[in-house]
Write a protein that binds this ligand. Structure first.
Ligand SMILES: [Zn+2]
Length: 240
């Protein structure tokens, strides 16, 4: 007798295959059609994903980026974000092409993949990097919320919202690294900080480039008594 879980997944697959005939879904990386058992990214592209494996390395390049700026326990970005690499489409589609569920699914996959490294051990809650209300109104969703949801589903760690975006964020695309640092100061503030006292929190975002946004977010809570902060992103533009 099939269990309720296998029955639901069979039904899901059937619905997917029917929809695929009507409107084929494609992999954001290679743009080939997805099979019914591939919800968002094809297996071939997942197998070739340029993993950083930062979570397996002591004082990895992402941890080095934050050293001396704010106390960080651990940090990892799941795969290398290289310009012109088709893998960047996972982030671009999640952020700009109204595919937050892709980010959620991929975050679940990422968390599952790094779980055995003990990266999540001792973490009490996941805090998505918040988005200011003006940007949220424009985009309609905060991709970091969906990423936090995927990690939470894979690990069972609850999500908390103890950081708020208090100032709108200028676009950083054309700014120098120094301007980016300046531009992100004071963007975030702690909310109900007593709730995260003596907790180990995991700040999550889609991609780390200069680290300015994550740093600003960490700065907002670094003085909460007894707090420990770790960081996780789906992608890392920090190379070795
Ligand atoms: Zn693919």
């Amino acid at each position: 007798m099939p269990t309720a879980k296998t029955l639901i997944s069979t039904i899901k697959r059937l619905v997917r295959s029917t929809c695929d005939v009507l409107m084929p879904r494609t992999c954001p990386v290679c743009r080939n059609a997805l099979s019914a058992v591939e919800p968002f990214v094809c297996q071939h592209c997942l197998d070739l994903l340029p993993r950083t494996l930062f979570e397996t390395r002591t004082f990895n390049p992402m941890e080095q980026l934050f050293a001396g700026k704010t106390p960080i326990v651990r940090a990892t970005g799941f795969f290398y974000y290289r310009k012109r690499s088709p893998y960047t489409n996972i982030i671009i589609d999640t952020k700009y092409h109204n595919s937050p569920r892709l980010g959620q699914w991929f975050a679940h996959y990422a968390a599952d993949s790094i779980k055995s490294s003990h990266f999540f051990d001792g973490i009490d809650c996941i805090i998505p990097v918040p988005m200011h209300a003006s940007k949220l109104a424009k985009r309609g969703y905060n991709q970091a919320e969906y990423i936090a949801l995927g990690i939470s589903q894979a690990t069972g760690i609850p999500i908390a919202h103890n950081v708020a975006a208090v100032l709108p964020h200028d676009t950083q695309t054309r700014k120098s690294i120094y301007d980016r640092w300046k531009n992100t100061q004071g963007l975030f503030a702690a909310v109900d900080a007593s709730m995260i006292e003596n907790k180990h929190v995991l700040l999550v975002d889609d991609v780390v480039t200069t680290g300015a946004t994550l740093l600003s977010c960490a700065k907002a809570i670094e003085n909460v008594p007894g707090i420990k902060i770790s960081l996780m992103t789906l992608a890392s533009a920090i190379l070795d």
